[in-house]
Design a protein around this ligand. Structure first.
Ligand code: PEP
Length: 251
């Protein structure tokens, strides 16, 4: 059985002081849902503050990106050990990083290997744009991102990550995919690709999340799907009642 997983991606929102207030508000509700692996991913500058609030508790902490080098002349970057000091998880290859900051499958792959070596659980994002979807390229794009992003990993390493299927056209738009369309990509593209490259057991064991305009009102539609094991939540993860509702729906 794959344990349900819900992560909140706060994106570039909340100062450390605001993060403290937000986490304090949602923490009791999140703590109560024990059967779901739940994770909060605030900006780097709030990680230390949020780590203090989550310390010793069941709610995990993640960063939203990470560089692959251990240290050195990389102004503005954050190293794996710096993330690991506070976090257990890291989001990699988010479509906003691919679209605005030049992220490619090759750089995702380098970050992924470094994250695994640091003992972090990576949440690797894949997903097609609207144009790619409408021109029938979803299989090629998503399968290519899975192959390229995970290239060179051992089966053991693949067992330590989570994949988030996030169609770009559904992120932050209020236009979520339907549960069955999302499931068709997860079980029709992502798991078969994993199966081909890493074998049946790795594909079956992989937790695959859906992300893209998930709310407390539509979350259950995704979690009912046989291939979808949880959600990566953006906007709604900044609303305590909504985020707790999503986590509850995954239980
Ligand atoms: C995200 O940022 O990963 C995301 C899915 O955003 P939203 O839930 O706001 O669409």
């Amino acid at each position: 059985m794959r344990k349900p997983f819900v992560a909140g991606n706060w994106k570039m929102n909340k100062t450390a002081a605001e993060a403290r207030a937000l986490v304090s508000e949602m923490l009791p509700g999140l703590r109560a849902v024990e059967t779901v692996e739940r994770v909060i991913c605030p900006p780097f500058t709030a990680l230390s503050t949020v780590a203090e609030l989550l310390a010793g508790g069941p709610v995990g902490l993640g960063a939203q990106n990470m560089h692959w080098e251990a240290s050195g002349a990389f102004t503005g970057e954050v190293a794996p050990a710096m993330v690991k000091e506070f976090c257990q998880y890291v989001i990699l290859g988010h479509s906003e990083r691919r679209a605005y900051f030049g992220e490619t499958d090759q750089t995702v792959n380098r970050r992924l290997k470094a994250a695994l070596a640091a003992g972090l659980t990576p949440i690797v994002c894949v997903g097609e744009t609207l144009q790619e979807n409408e021109s029938g390229q979803t299989y090629k794009v998503v399968s290519g991102q899975v192959r390229g992003g995970l290239e060179g990993l051992s089966v053991e390493e693949v067992g330590r990550l989570v994949i988030a299927y996030e169609p770009v056209w559904a992120i932050g738009t209020g236009r979520a995919a339907s549960g069955s369309d999302a499931n068709a990509v997860v079980d029709g593209i992502i798991r078969p690709t994993l199966q081909e490259v890493f074998g049946n057991a790795a594909a079956d064991a992989m937790r695959v999340l859906y992300g893209g305009s998930v709310t407390g009102a539509n979350a259950a539609e995704f979690f009912q799907m046989p291939g979808i094991d949880g959600a990566l939540v953006g906007g709604a993860s900044l609303k305590p009642a909504d985020f707790v509702k999503i986590v509850q729906a995954a239980a």
